[in-house]
Structure formats: structure tokens, C-alpha cells
Design a protein around this ligand. Sequence first.
Ligand code: PLP
Length: 429
Amino acid sequence: MPERAPLGVPELLELDRRHVWHPYGPMPGRAEPLVVESASGVRLRPADGSDDLVDGMSSWWSAIHGYRHPVLDEAVREQLGRMSHVMFGGLTHEPAVRLAKHLVDMSPEGLEHVFLADSGSVSVEVAVKMCLQYWRSLGRPAKQRLLTWRGGYHGDTWQPMSVCDPEGGMHGLWSGVLPRQVFVDAPPVEFEEAYADLLRETIERHAHELAAVVVEPVVQGAGGMRFHSPGYLRVLREACDAHGVLLVFDEIATGFGRTGALFAAEHAAVTPDVMCVGKALTGGYLTMAATLCTSRVADGISRGEVPVLAHGPTFMGNPLAAAVACASIELLLGQDWQAEVKRIESGLRDGLAAAAEIPGVRDVRVLGAIGVVQLDHPVDMAAATRAAVREGVWLRPFRDLVYTMPPYVTDDADVARIARAVCAAAREG
Ligand SMILES: *Cc1c(COP(=O)(O)O)cnc(C)c1O
């Protein structure tokens, strides 16, 4: 085999700029990305030889155990020695079966069936398809709209985009193309009876055309990093039951302990009819997500004229991803993860308290292993990122938000360092 000549950093950046789309990026790229050579524990190693950076983002909520974790590395290697992939039509295998069992056992009571998808957005597409098909199967095809609250984020494919925040989610750009869903105002932080009434009334008024209510429970992530009272989840559950509407929780960001509960639904002791998980599912190693549903939903679909769920990604149930997901879940449940999340929560509370005094800061909030500083102006991303890097930390601010959700293995000194970097980014961004 010919040697593969390594590309130097300048060459990589030039080729990247010319050929590679980045998330929400223009082409050719305008902002220069950081070239990462490797990552280990909670640290990213830049390819230009500069100092390692503590990762304050967990690669967008996913790397909860940090990078190159020996147990997760071994799980992938072991599975690689058996098979990387086989089709899931007509075949099955232990990693996928074990993963489904884990998800059923750990998720809210009543979620019994698991559809393995290849990304979070696809898991939301599948959730919507399940709900619409459920009502079609029951002879109610008019029930095909979705209700959600503003400020949400559910992914970048069409159905998920249609329930993203109408302003942040670029509905303007896609008007006439996106399905038109029913929106209510974003949920207040505290429980307010007037807002609960608004939820009840809107669900009742639209029940004849609603297939489902789709929301992120307790924490709205990429739509604005807002928190709300879990009490609203109980209101949704009761109103959906009263008016014959399904309830979908998108736990793609909140799942696997991030908010201090294994799933955010537990804060309200509510079981949704359908639940999406992703992001931390594989500990950040490989792309995989899942849509869970109750027997009621599965039975409804199976009673239809077309009794199958017509969805089947090529890489469905990928054994490498499923094996590392099992290892990540076992690693999480095998430790006192609540204590780790609490420890990070109190570290972030202490470290971010100072941010409240910074001019231009509108709000500081912490929940579980999530810390948010909201500014009263759009963040200067380049300046904020530079300020964080100067503190030795990788952050990715957006809109008016400088925020962090560190890996659960981040030690106290690194949590304090991340908090300092968030403050620096808020000050200079
Ligand atoms: C990230 C995210 C998604 C989309 O997941 P992808 O894997 O990026 O497609 C959907 N919903 C929520 C709440 C998310 O945070």
C-alpha cells in the first residue's frame, strides 16, 4: 500500500474551505475551523501544536464519558472483530437486541418498542410517521398536524424543522414548503396556571386535526437553551389523554442523565406515547438514535390496512453503534452518575455566579450538567470563541448564548476552568 502523505494544517484548511460544508455554514466557508488531531478524556488536541482544549460542549451533548474511553474503545474493537454491519431486514444481532432491552428497561414505564434510527432528526421523522400512521390506522386521517411550543429544536429534516422555533428554525425561508403546525408561546420558566390553560385550550381546539404534541421536556436545547417547569409535561399528558392526541417527547438532548434525571420526563413522572433519544446514546462514538413507543401506538399501527411501519434505514441497527451504545449505557448505569451530574451542576453554579455581574449579561442559569449565560445582544462568535480558547476551553456560542454541557467525567478543576471560559466569552463576545 502506498504511504498516505499527511496533509499539513494550512493545506487541510484550504481544502476544507473549498470543498467541505460545515453545520449551518456557507460555501466556501468563511470562518476558519480548528483542526483537531486527536481527543482524549475531556481534552481536544489541536493539530497546529497549540495547547489542548478542555471540551465544554461534549461534542454537542454526546460525549458524556469523554473521548477514547477505554471501555468504549474496547466495545467498538470487540464488535469490529465480529462484524461492522449487516442489513437489519430479515437479520438481527445481539448488540441491537441488547440495546433495545436497555432502552426499554431504563426509559419511563410503558415504552416497550424500539425503532433504531441513524440520527436524531430521523428518529423524530419516525416519531411523526408513527403518530400520523396511528391515526390513519384508526380511520382518522384528518389527525395529521402537530402542536408544539415556540423555542424548540427537533432537527434539520422536514418534519423536525416544521416543529422547530418558527423564527430560529428559518420557517421564513421555507414558507410554503414546510407543513404548517400549531404553535403556542414558549413555556415560562415557572409554572403559571394561565399558560397551562393556554396549552389545554389549544390542544382541545385543534384536537380534531392533531396527531400529536411534540416537545422537548424541561430543557429546550438548540432553540434557545431555555428551561421550564416539569409541571407543564403533566398538563400536556392530561390534555392529550382527554382529547385523543398522542404525546411525543424529544429527549435527544436531555436523555442519559444530562438534566439530573435519566430522562427529563422523570422530573414530571410522565410517560409519553413516543420518545426520541440520540446524541449521548452512543457516548458520542457513532451516529445512532432511537424512537421508542408504547404498545398502544404499536398496536394501533398494526391494526391498519398497511400494518407495517414503512421505514428502514440502510444502516439501521448498526452493530458497531449498538455495541458502543450498550457499553456507554452500562458504564453510565454502573456508576453514581447522579453524583457526577450534581457535582458538575454545583461547580457550574459557583463558577458562573460571577457572570451575572458582567455588563451585557441578561441571565445565568444552570440545570444538571448544563450551564447557560444569555446575553442581551447577539454574541460575536469569533471573539467569544477566541476568549474561551485563551482560557484553554472549547465552546461554541450561538445567537445570544454562551453555554456548556461538559462530559460527566470532567473533574472539578476543569469544570472551574470551563466556567471561567464561559465568563470570558460572555465578557468579550
Ligand atoms: C440534536 C437534536 C436533534 C437532531 O439530532 P441530529 O442527530 O442532529 O439529527 C433533535 N432534537 C433535539 C432536541 C436535539 O438536541
